[in-house]
Design a protein around this ligand. Structure first.
Ligand code: ATP
Ligand code: SF4
Ligand code: MG
Length: 403
């Protein structure tokens, strides 16, 4: 199967909360250079059985957000404010022992780099079995048996023999599968996958995403999928959160965001990506400039130094007034959905090009209600670019607004 069919029904419109509910999360690090505002007022909800994709450039706060959910920051240098509710239980301020009971059991993470997350000194099997023993009190023998079953489930051939291998004896794809086995051995209700396929070739990447989809169907887990790759999101996620400078700047279902993106930053991300549906000579347009330092984030809209649409908004509003992200589907931009759509349709899709900039007529945006991602990635099982193949078109995540 593909991961394109496993999404649970979308939450009822107007519903509040979720299995995971994050409200106005703020994470700051005290450093020698000053305070890093890594996450700055982030809110989102996630139901069981659904996958939330989180995208954004390097340094936008994706990993910090999710490490904070797991309670994995050093409390001596980190300040966390806001609310993180997992199945109604408050995690911010929860003690280390309470968090440890939840980690591995109710929530687990597949880390960005399996080589650093797996110890070279212990066998793969032992590292997979350990959390199971810890959380269930199973015997060594039973935990080893369970590790073998999990290795087989994630597609490791000859699992009974390979369980005694060390991480360096596994290929990159096998290590990633071992990480998934480790994360899933206690059937966590919340699985956070941080760039789980970045280092893998496309074939293995597709297998891993299929595997996550299959396992989600079996266990009904809620999944957060962090990635740079909008093609991965199009195939594997139900809902999408676009992050910039520690904030959510756009959200909706994957179909909504990719077919009718509303935020100039999302336009920039899409315009900087190749698409299977596009002509081979279509120039890609990188977003000008670089993400801001989170030691001193820009005032107003944090994207304003890189945005080509500040003049359309007028005055100095973009530089002085922080745009709010509306609840549910929407973008944090002073243009608003309607004016933004008109501006983008009028040409100059790239974030930095502005309304008078170069158009991308050969690969331009689809109409707001059209099925194709606006210059976005074509899903792997839909090379003609027919829009995200999975997931219900309507009923986005029920999410509170950010500030
Ligand atoms: N322990 C820390 N101390 C100080 N700053 C930190 C710490 N951890 C992360 N940061 C900073 O917080 C910001 C967000 O980092 P984060 O790792 O969440 O980015 P990311 O979106 O996951 O990026 P990438 O795509 O490169 O993984 C960055 O500016 C990073 O340098
Ligand atoms: S138009 Fe203004 S508010 Fe909208 S993204 Fe650009 S700078 Fe931000
Ligand atoms: Mg990261």
């Amino acid at each position: 199967m593909t991961t394109a069919t496993h999404g649970a029904p979308a939450p009822a419109p107007g519903a509040t909360g979720g299995y995971l509910s994050v409200r106005d999360l703020r994470v700051r690090f005290a450093t020698e250079d000053g305070t890093v505002r890594a996450v700055d007022g982030l809110s989102f909800d996630l139901e069981r059985g659904r996958t939330l994709g989180i995208v954004g450039e390097s340094g936008s706060g994706k990993s910090v957000t999710n490490l904070t959910v797991l309670g994995l920051h050093d409390p001596r240098t980190t300040t966390v404010e806001g609310q993180i509710l997992l199945d109604g239980q408050e995690l911010t301020g929860a003690g280390e022992r309470a968090l440890e009971r939840l980690r591995g059991n109710k929530m687990a993470m597949i880390f960005q780099d399996p080589l650093t997350a797996l110890s070279p000194y212990y066998t793969v099997g032992r590292q997979i079995a350990e959390p199971y023993r810890k959380h269930t009190g199973a015997s060594k023998r039973a935990a080893r048996q369970r590790a073998i079953e999990m290795l087989a489930k994630v597609g490791i051939p000859h699992a009974r023999r390979r369980v005694d291998d060390y991480p360096h004896q596994f290929s990159g794809g096998m290590r990633q599968r071992a990480m998934i086995a480790m994360a899933l051995i206690c059937d966590p209700d919340l699985l956070i996958a941080d760039e789980p396929t970045t280092a893998l070739d496309v074939t293995v990447q597709a297998q891993i995403l299929d595997l996550l989809g299959d396992l989600q169907q079996e266990f009904g887990s809620a999944i957060i999928l962090i990635t740079h790759d909008l093609g991965v999101v199009a195939n594997a996620a139900d809902d999408l959160l676009v992050m910039y400078a520690g904030r959510a700047v756009e959200r909706g279902t994957v179909r909504e965001v990719l077919s009718a993106p509303q935020h100039p930053y999302t336009w920039g991300l899409l315009d900087s990506m190749p698409t299977l549906a596009g002509a081979v000579d279509t120039p890609l347009t990188p977003i000008p400039g670089a993400p801001p330092s989170l030691l001193a984030p820009p005032s107003g809209c944090p994207f304003h130094p890189r945005c080509g649409y500040t003049a359309v908004v007028g005055g100095d509003r973009c530089a002085t007034e922080r745009p709010a992200l509306p609840a549910g589907r929407g973008a944090a931009c002073h243009l608003g959905a309607e004016r933004g759509g008109a501006v983008r349709r009028g040409g100059g899709g790239a974030a930095g090009a502005g309304p008078a900039g170069a158009t991308r007529t050969d690969n331009g945006p689809a109409p707001a209600d059209g099925p194709a991602p606006a210059n976005g990635p074509a899903p792997a099982d839909d090379p003609a670019g027919g829009g995200p193949a999975n997931k219900e078109p309507g009923g986005g995540p029920s999410q509170g607004g950010d500030r």
